[in-house]
Unconditional design. Sequence first.
Length: 191
Amino acid sequence: MKFLFPLALATAAATLPTASHAATELVLNGGFEYEMGGWSCNPSGGCQIDNTVSAHSGVLGMLLQNNDGASVLSQSFETVVGAVYNLSFWVKLTEQPSSENAVWWSAGDVIASEIAGISGNFAQIIAQFTATSDTTTLAFFAHTANGSLALDDISVTEGALPPSPVPLPASAMLLGMGLTGLAALRRRARS
């Protein structure tokens, strides 16, 4: 009979909703330490793994170069429609900024967000986007008149999740049943 008390307590605790949620990294190889692993580039010659100027941390980074048009670096990953995601990346230009340079990113509900005010020093960009489908493509676009765009330490993690489809009264009912079981066991133990 005594083993039922811990079992009932564990059942009641398991029904309590938990507020903590560990951030899960969704981007593969955001530091480019595994060459192109997880990333694709169009045109293929527009992206170059580099160990001289493009690494913010680690050994390798990514250079996006103008190949007679825009170079596009992208990666797709699973998302939840309506959920908000946090994006962070480090970026710099390898040459002096020019009015002819144009760089931007897109993901989810963000169609094209210009990356402005970057220079020859790495700057961290932090943004959010909302997933519009169950697969989201994060893309970086660069059209540089001179030099290259250096990217490193790209990260996407879950932000605010959409409302839970499980109704809260069901959780409360399970908790109530667990507590009722505890009370019944306690009464039995006393008699």
